[in-house]
Design a protein around this ligand. Sequence first.
Ligand code: GLV
Ligand code: GLV
Length: 314
Amino acid sequence: MFDVLVTRVMVDEAMRALDGRCEVDVYTGPPEAIPYDEFRARAQGKHGLLTMVSDRVDAGLLDAAGPQLRIVANHAVGYDNIDVDECTRRGVMVANTPDVLTEATADLAWALILAAVRRIGEGDRFLRAKTPWIWGPRMMLGYDLYGKTLGIVGYGRIGQATARRAAGFGMRVIHHSRSGGHSFDDLVAQADVISVHAPLTPETRHLFSTKVFQRMKPTAVLVNTARGPLVDEVALAEALRGGEIFAAGLDVFEREPLVEAALLALENVTIVPHLGSATVETRTAMGLFAVENLLSGLHGERPRGLVNDVNEAR
Ligand code: GLV
Ligand code: GLV
């Protein structure tokens, strides 16, 4: 029987899919995410690792795991937490869970777009604070989406699914990606709403910085459901405070799980704790996909979500 480590308890259906298929060591905390040292210790001797976006899989971890390791199955579409080149060099397969979370993540991008542009979080906090109020023509005004321009940065599966939803809101869509579309500078200047869907790479780190915020419309809204470090959070807080842009919606953070204190102090940013794929249906599909990838890799088959080029018969 193969030995595997699962670094966080998945939904029941996904946990059950492992029953009887391998010897499973499940980290159950506390703390919620497995600390790196414990990750190293418990990875030792394992043939497969089923990991979360919060787990760093680097050379040190791979050293600790040992040469019998065959596959790292990430419970996510993004895999910037894994040193894929290092895995490839060692003949370790890396797999992700694309497609199954595309629609849920696009929904969350729209939840944040609407919340930011219509001040939903602010309104909710206002009422919970028992603030005396009465309907007024100038109260808590946002902006129309109808007739405006949505700029999609990163036009992969999730970016395209987010773009499709714009038709229902009567918005024009422009996009920027490595492979085409508008130039980034044009998009930034033209868009009323910018939604980010690019992967985190050395090139995309701090893609949104002070000089970009200065070029955005003062009425613009920025939404990030991709990866936190795409946005310079201190610069964003400055831009939001200074009225350089109108509002922002964030699902991901630069130093996750920490949220920049300057952002917490602002009303015009809506923040949620990395919920892009957090639906019952999607987390079930992701968990089952990650388990399928893991089992395929253990048995020397090509996982459906394989992202690196490893000779499986090494
Ligand atoms: C979550 O962030 C994912 O990449 O699936
Ligand atoms: C990323 O993998 C995406 O689906 O956009």
